[in-house]
Ligand binder design. Structure first.
Ligand code: PGA
Length: 275
């Protein structure tokens, strides 16, 4: 890697597990990843498990992510979860604009923009998901889609404006670079949960395109610091080929992350691969 972006692996559990299953998972996972330190490991359980998982990992290097949030701080929004609530549970990250939310729940770029802004203001790093569908890809529209999703979500944001809610992180953990405050996940929709992953070289082309967009949206310095993940049927067998790509800094893993042995194996692969 030419820059010092720290590797990042995020387990997106989606709508899986009740408490006993999560605790069982953590028993295996925390033991297997003990001593690993180069790669940042993040678990994104459903809302209902954030507290239980957070409590178990508090003394480890593993960090906590939510899978979504609402953009208001509080109020009459039945069923929604605010950035303050996530902060209160110790979330460092939140996934925003996952393709399942765009497709099944009709999330628009406008809504996603508000969520990204709210997360940044609460000092929870948003993991913004972008990616094209199979039809869009076949029509040669991958870059057009990526550009409109990126601009829709990020244009006009002052990425590093001081937060009105909390002071900026001080030196030390959590302040390695300003890019830590935003992560992009390139997830081609056709590769999610299908077992058909993108070719690493194609994912790299999209990651590079995303980095160039970040330079336009913010500046070259910030673009260099922001971590870009690949997501879509990542598993122990293919992870290394993605990590070797210069613009891919880690992975957002769904299905394969439900097996603690497999996700721990990925953490070990990330730890020793110097891509
Ligand atoms: P998958 O999901 O690894 O099961 O393809 C990835 C994701 O949706 O983030």
């Amino acid at each position: 890697m030419e820059t010092e972006r720290r590797r990042l692996l995020v387990a997106n559990w989606k709508m899986h597990f009740v408490r006993a299953q999560a605790l069982e998972y953590l028993k295996v996972f925390t033991e297997r990843v003990q001593g690993l330190h180069k790669t940042e490991l993040v678990l994104a359980p459903p809302f209902t498990l954030l507290e239980a998982v957070g409590r178990e990992i508090i003394k480890t290097m593993i960090r906590l992510a939510a899978q979504d949030l609402f953009y208001e701080r509080e109020g009459a929004f039945t069923g929604e979860i605010s950035p303050l609530m996530l902060k209160d549970l110790g979330c460092s990250y939140v996934i925003v604009g996952h393709s399942e939310r765009r497709r099944i729940f009709g999330e628009t770029d406008e809504l996603i923009h508000k969520k990204i802004k709210a997360a940044l203001e609460a000092e929870i790093a948003p993991i913004l998901c972008v990616g094209e569908t199979l039809e869009e890809r076949r029509a040669g529209g991958t870059q057009t889609v990526l550009e409109s999703q990126m601009r829709g979500a990020l244009e006009g944001l002052m990425l590093f404006a001081p937060s009105p809610l909390a002071p900026l992180p001080s030196e030390g953990e959590g302040s390695r670079g300003e890019g830590d405050r935003l992560v992009i996940a390139y997830e081609p929709v056709w590769a999610i949960g299908t077992g058909v992953n993108a070719k690493p070289i194609e994912a790299e082309a999209s990651a590079l395109f995303i980095r160039e967009l970040l330079a336009q949206l913010f500046n070259a310095e910030i673009a260099k610091e922001i971590r870009i993940l690949y997501g879509g049927s990542v598993k122990p067998e293919n992870l290394e080929d993605f990590l070797k790509q210069p613009n891919i800094d880690g992975a957002l893993v769904g299905g394969a992350s439900l097996d603690p042995e497999a996700f721990a194996q990925m953490a070990q692969i990330a730890e020793r691969c110097d891509g």
